[in-house]
Design a protein. Structure first.
Length: 488
């Protein structure tokens, strides 16, 4: 074996010396570690006793605050004396010489005495009973939650798509009729994160699918007060529903039950008129295009009770699906109810307001509904608004203050912003169409949806009184999609 030279021998010696030092330190560490841990994590023998004493002091304060007016003078004096003794000894227990002065026994005896005193003077408050404590906690928590909801933050569910695509109401994911859609664990995951509702309907007989239309050329809907079957078909926590209809060969109806406020037009477009559904125009414009083409081609057939049947030219077999889709829940947004107490609402704010006292919405209602709307604030008091082409003008210039304004004015159809419409007010005398300059009166605001073509807003029912404004939407709480977070 070769002999190491001098440099190698020196290096080896250094290595051996270093290794020996490390072993020695490690061996010393085996003895030092327990001392080190004991120094930093030394057990406090009085900790448990002190915590028990502090709990008794808490209950003593509670008994005094709740029952001092019904206690006799002797009971009150004895309670205060016992409490003062425990409080003083608890404070002294942190002194280094406390144990040497037999403090542990003194504190233990004082705590026992306070306990006995509380048993005599505590009534229903002491000894502690689980049920009253839980009830009290629930009541206090409820009061706190109600206070926060009333004065600071309030969650608000968006049911419709008047603000789409900035905020989503209920939307649909449509599946091919012959596919089963999402199942298994993925279905459970979608339920938790998107709160999906599965909807499908099957043909009772074979034949062509027809779409019954109401006199306004929309899909026929049953507007009665109907409800689903509740959780697990138990009729508990039932939710209101709407019912749409299809027809096989104009004689066999097919009922489609969906959550209240859900619009089925998009589902029918994607299922039976997919080429039209892909056009870079809004859903309302797509449907109008389908109906107008059907009228020219003879595919609209009169119904005996009014309206029409719209042919789809789609043949289905008995028990085959005629619709197959998931309803995705609308956005749950958090509304700031506080800020507008200090600052005035501004153009571009997504604001929430009550509708009960808006004349254009409730003039002819025997029992006005106390519901909230969410829209985009587009006009402040004394502003002048007008729609020219597809551009919304505020005080003579294209409106600014929100990304949605810029996208709509630019008609960003690739992002599903299709521009603004002036809209007719129809028969509503309070409506404010924007086909010509419109001035906003003092203490009133003008509301519009980002989905201008499919939004029932101030153009149809008039101004929003300042006193009806609730707050500003600022955070999307649910569902957990890529838009979760700060609201635009």
């Amino acid at each position: 074996m070769p002999v190491p030279d001098g440099g190698q021998r020196c290096g080896m010696a250094n290595f051996v010396f270093g290794a020996n030092c490390f072993v020695a330190l490690a061996q010393e560490g085996l003895f030092l570690c327990p001392l080190f841990l004991m120094f930093f994590f030394k057990r406090d023998p009085l900790k448990s006793l002190r915590e028990n004493a502090e709990t008794l002091l808490h209950h003593a304060d509670k008994v005094w605050n709740y029952r001092r007016d019904v206690l006799s003078k002797d009971e009150a004096d004895y309670l205060l004396k016992s409490r003062a003794m425990v409080a003083a000894l608890t404070a002294d227990s942190r002194r280094a010489d406390f144990a040497e002065q037999d403090g542990e026994k003194k504190l233990s005896d004082a705590a026992d005495e306070l306990h006995e005193t509380l048993c005599v003077t505590g009534g229903t408050i002491y000894p502690v009973r689980a049920m009253p404590e839980w009830v009290e906690m629930i009541v206090v928590a409820t009061i706190v939650v109600c206070a926060i909801r009333s004065f600071f933050l309030q969650p608000f569910k968006i049911p419709t798509n008047s603000m789409y695509p900035t905020y989503h109401g209920m939307t649909a994911e449509v599946f091919p009729l012959k596919e089963d859609g999402v199942g298994g664990l993925n279905k459970i995951w979608r339920k938790l994160t998107l709160w999906t509702t599965r909807v499908e309907a099957r043909a009772p007989v074979s034949g062509e699918v027809f779409i019954p239309l109401d006199p306004n050329s929309g899909p026929e809907r049953d507007h009665g007060n109907q409800f689903d079957s509740g959780i697990f078909n138990t009729n508990l926590l039932r939710n209101p529903v709407d019912v749409f209809y299809l027809s096989i060969e104009k004689k066999a109806p097919v009922k489609i039950t969906v959550p209240k406020e859900f619009t089925i037009t998009g589902v029918l477009l994607k299922t039976y008129f997919p080429d039209d559904a892909k056009l870079p125009i809004g859903e309302v414009a797509c449907w109008r295009r389908v109906v107008e083409r059907a009228s020219r081609n003879g595919d609209l057939m009169p119904r005996e009770k009014g309206g029409y049947f719209l042919r789809t030219h789609k043949q289905v077999a008995a028990n085959e699906r005629v619709v197959n889709f998931d309803v995705l829940t609308g956005d749950m947004v958090l509304v700031d109810r506080m800020s507008y107490n200090f600052v005035r609402p501004g153009a571009g704010d997504p604001f929430v307001f009550a509708t009960k006292n808006i004349p254009g919405l409730n003039d002819h209602a025997d029992n006005p509904q106390d519901i909230y709307f969410i829209k985009r604030l587009v006009g402040e008091p004394l502003d002048v608004l007008q729609v020219k082409g597809s551009v919304l003008l505020r005080n003579g210039a294209p409106i600014s203050g929100s990304p949605a304004f810029e996208k709509n004015n630019a008609m960003r159809s690739d992002l599903e912003y299709y521009g603004y419409l002036s809209r007719s007010a129809g028969n509503n005398v309070h409506g404010c169409p924007l086909d010509k300059p419109l001035g906003i009166p003092p203490a009133h605001y003008f509301a519009m949806g980002d989905n201008s073509e499919n939004s029932f807003d101030s153009r149809g029912w008039g101004f929003v009184p300042e006193k009806e404004i609730i707050g500003r939407a600022f955070f999307i709480l649910y569902p957990f999609r890529k838009r979760w977070g700060i609201a635009e």
